[in-house]
Design a protein around this ligand. Structure first.
Ligand code: NAD
Ligand code: UFG
Length: 339
């Protein structure tokens, strides 16, 4: 069993990962500045696991806090989720994104090196793939220049980590390229809780269903896809959380830097999401077609063979589970953690 520092552990993917870590018998220390989350998620994680974790409210850019954590706890590995993730916002306030995501990551890696902790799992994104690649995307395909600053920060940190591990063989790094995380823990106690108007499809759909938004705007229906709407690879957040445990186990006794796609390998359209959500949950989602959103690609889904083979990871949940669980969370928590 390991003692794991989880940065950004109070957030959407982080909270689900903390729960799976505790359930698997690991010890967990969370560092989160709560800029996009609430401590309530961690209270619920601990209640669900009937176990405790250590929470430190602080910033990954704060070297003193990092040193203190590494001095107080015998950390074996770090799972690094902390960062900003809104694509549109990253175009308006690029420096905030460069500072949190790039400078913040460097600050964390420096503290890890001082503490001689070299095992790391990093949250990357399918957005790093070049647009000319054709899905299913595999890890050997070239990365491109992301069209937004958020995606750029992920690419830069991936590259920094590749160079770091090439220069110093003590590092053992997993770069996980997530496709589209959706869903929530079966209990409906933890889930995605975006601030303001959601940017992503799933929280928008559930907020329409619960009456917080009037209707879904479907961005484009003239793509070269079976029904004209955008196709993505949706992955249940609990499956994604478990991929981190598999990557952690893989890295505990291996050196180097390795990339894995974390997706189901299934391409699902926006209309399929909407229609299946209605069928599974027995609710109606009013919608309208609007223009394409700038920067969106028609189709993006994973070749996940490498993760299945090398990590021994298998996604368990299908689209219906993802949509039922997203709705179960939203229904029980119409205003997220702010109830
Ligand atoms: P989230 O916003 O729910 O979680 C991120 C957490 O990091 C939040 O709790 C936030 O308070 C914290 N945080 C932000 N900046 C920090 C800082 N400087 N110091 C300390 N804490 C800080 O997001 P999420 O959806 O859980 O995403 C987790 C990670 O996965 C992010 O790095 C994100 O970019 C990446 N990712 C997410 C998606 C997605 O669609 N959700 C897709 C690909 C990659
Ligand atoms: N969509 C709509 N209406 C909405 C929201 C989304 O029709 O209100 C469509 C999009 O056009 C796309 C699909 O639903 O076809 C999925 O969109 P999301 O915003 O949920 O997800 P993206 O694939 O666009 O975003 C993902 C990750 C980001 C990452 C981005 C890079 O969530 O972290 O890929 O392209 F940066």
């Amino acid at each position: 069993m390991a003692k794991v520092l989880v940065t950004g552990g109070a957030g959407y993917i982080g909270s689900h990962t903390c729960l799976e870590l505790l359930n698997a018998g690991h010890e967990v220390v969370v560092l989160d500045n709560l800029s996009n989350s609430s401590e309530e998620s961690l209270h619920r994680v601990q209640a669900l696991a009937s176990k405790t974790l250590d929470f430190v409210q602080g910033d990954i850019r704060d070297q003193k806090i990092l040193d203190q954590i590494f001095q107080t706890h015998q950390i074996d590995a770090v799972i690094h989720f902390a960062g900003l993730k809104a694509v549109g916002e990253s175009q308006q306030i690029p420096l905030e994104y460069f500072d949190n995501n790039i400078a913040g990551s460097i600050s964390l890696f420096q503290a890890m090196q001082r503490a001689r902790v070299f095992k790391l799992v990093f949250s990357s994104s399918a957005t790093v793939y070049g647009e000319s690649n054709i899905s299913p995307l595999n890890e050997d395909m070239p990365t491109g220049m992301p069209t937004n600053n958020y995606g750029y920060t992920k690419l830069i940190v991936e590259q920094l980590l590749q160079k770091l591990s090439a220069a110093d063989e003590r590092w053992s790094i997993a770069l996980l390229r997530y496709f589209n995380p959706v869903g929530a823990h079966k209990s409906g106690q933890i889930g995605e809780d975006p601030q303001g108007i959601p940017n992503n499809l799933m929280p928008y759909v559930t907020q329409v269903a619960v009456g917080r938004r009037e209707k879904l705007a479907v961005f484009g229906h003239d793509y070269d896809t079976p029904d004209g709407t955008g196709v993505r690879d949706y992955i249940h957040v609990v499956d994604l959380a478990n991929a981190h445990l598999c990557a952690l186990n893989n890295r505990l006794d291996t050196q180097g830097c390795r990339v894995w796609n974390i997706g189901t390998g299934n391409g699902i359209s926006v209309l399929q999401v909407k229609n299946t959500f209605e069928q599974v949950n027995g609710v109606t989602i009013p919608f309208e077609f609007v223009a394409r959103r700038e920067g969106d690609v028609a189709t993006c889904f994973a070749d996940n063979t490498r993760a299945l083979k090398e990590l021994g990871w298998t996604p368990k949940y299908g689209l219906e589970d993802m949509l039922a669980d997203s709705w179960n969370w939203q229904k029980q928590n119409p205003n997220g953690y702010r109830d």
